[in-house]
Write a new protein. Structure first.
Length: 135
């Protein structure tokens, strides 16, 4: 963010940040939108999850993709951090490991926009975040 030199600069900055907050925290019917959950435990953050999440939020916004992006705690895949869970409307969740900004771009272009699976999927023997929280 640049320096604020006037009230109009401050209002513009507020609008930009508000649109990103809206993208991250939409309520209502998230099952009808793309959902991206970014693991943000200590090992995730140390591996670059913050940068990955920022990139995903900005890129989905730039591409006008209707999505909900949230962060979560540990997904249990410390060896593959940063990890993200992506749920396309009507589809089962898919967890991707080693998601840096380059991999995030590929996931957005090929999987989210094109429905094509890409390398880096963690096998289906995992429990989803929602399943794990039910216990």
């Amino acid at each position: 963010m640049g320096k604020v030199k006037s009230l109009s600069d401050l209002k513009k900055m507020r609008e930009e940040l508000q649109s990103k907050i809206t993208l991250r925290e939409k309520r209502g019917h998230p099952e009808e939108m793309v959902q991206v959950k970014v693991a943000m435990a200590t090992c995730s953050i140390a591996s670059g999850a913050k940068e990955t999440m920022d990139y995903i939020v900005n890129e989905l916004d730039n591409r006008a993709i209707d999505a909900v992006v949230t962060h979560t705690g540990c997904m249990g895949f410390c060896y593959a951090e940063p990890t993200i869970e992506v749920i396309l409307p009507g589809e089962e969740p898919v967890i991707f490991g080693y998601v840096d900004t380059k991999k995030a771009q590929e996931i957005i272009e090929k999987y989210i926009q094109g429905g094509e699976l890409v390398d880096g999927i963690i096998p289906v023997t995992y429990e989803t975040i929602d399943d794990h929280n039910k216990e």
